[in-house]
Design a binder for this molecule. Sequence first.
Ligand code: AMP
Length: 406
Amino acid sequence: MIFAVVNIMIKVMAINAGSSSLKFKLYDMPEETVITEGVVERIGLEDAYYTIRINGKKVKTILPVKDHKEATNLLLADLVKRQIVHSLKEIKGVGHRIVQGGDYFPDSVLVDENVIARIDELSALAPLHNPAHLTGIKAFIEVLPDVPNIVVFDTAFHQTMEQEAYMYALPYEWYTKHRIRKYGAHGTSHQYVANKVAQVIGVPIEQLKIVTCHLGNGASLAAVKGGKCVDTSMGLTPLEGIPMGTRSGNIDPAVVEFVAMKENMTVSEVLYALNHKSGYLGVSGISNDSRDLEAAMQKGDQRSKLALDIQYKRIADYIGSYYVYMEGIDVIVFTAGIGENCSRCRNEVLKRIKVLGVEIDEEANNTTKPEIKEITTKNSKIRGFLIPTNEELVIARDTVRLAKLI
Ligand code: AMP
């Protein structure tokens, strides 16, 4: 008897919809190969940008794109036109990133009307993100009505925190009435790199105490004990935690009223400044990009150095507190734009926690490539790693898992 080996190949789309953008990555699963990726930006304008990667090269078109539905139609029609898919029927599932899932969603979930209503309700906590994600979901439901949609929440991984870690010491009714508590963010990334590093060092994640540092324009840390998140630096919103590209991170809340009075600003205006004009940008007065700050610092700009130093000190503070909370740390992981690319940032952070027995391998750390790499010496009591994040892959995997595609 002859048995034929049949390779099941499923095409799955990972979507990250912003208020005026729609990022996509098309995967072949279960191989996890990226077929193509791209973005529609400036949605709503006459001169929107549509960029798609073809044979390793970015192809950019400028054209009017009215809304997310039009962006979705444009992308799907282009996939067929370029014969990336022969028919849209080949796309078996679509996974969407959602910033805020509140305490409703400890895992990714298949989209139905209730899920849409919950995401909508949570827009109050993520006004810039959740409504935009919903426009993306609705566009795909309209354009591909027979294809299952899955949502993957940035908050889900942090749902395992104990009450003492996620509650604020505020009037309790603010929690019961308004659900004010820590939810965290970047959970998909923290989860991915924590699992990846466990796999790389060949130790079951259940036996590890890991600190994951997602350092991008937005930045957060997570303490992961036995594979579960026990604490994270972002809070009710992404404003809490370490200073970032344009966000202040933790400050004395009294600053808000003080500045409002002194500068004749509303609370919303002050919060806007804390979100968009602070962090690297606010302190340096130059840029929200670590590359610009490093270049300015090399030329002697002290405020750029200060902006970076404040952030490095705060990262070290969090690592120290997680060391105590988890009763030790086995591995520290650096990821995202800055964590993956900025060797000086990793060096400065690890230097500041030398007292914990960390010994940096300067040569290994001095890499410009974002690739999986150990950056501490054999003698280091805590192992340090650079692990490129891959949130879209988690979305594609969860889409396959929850839509039961394989
Ligand atoms: P993300 O939000 O993860 O895309 O990270 C974006 C940030 O990463 C940028 O604002 C830069 O500050 C930083 N970044 C990206 N590439 C580099 C690089 N080669 N060197 C230093 N920082 C980088």
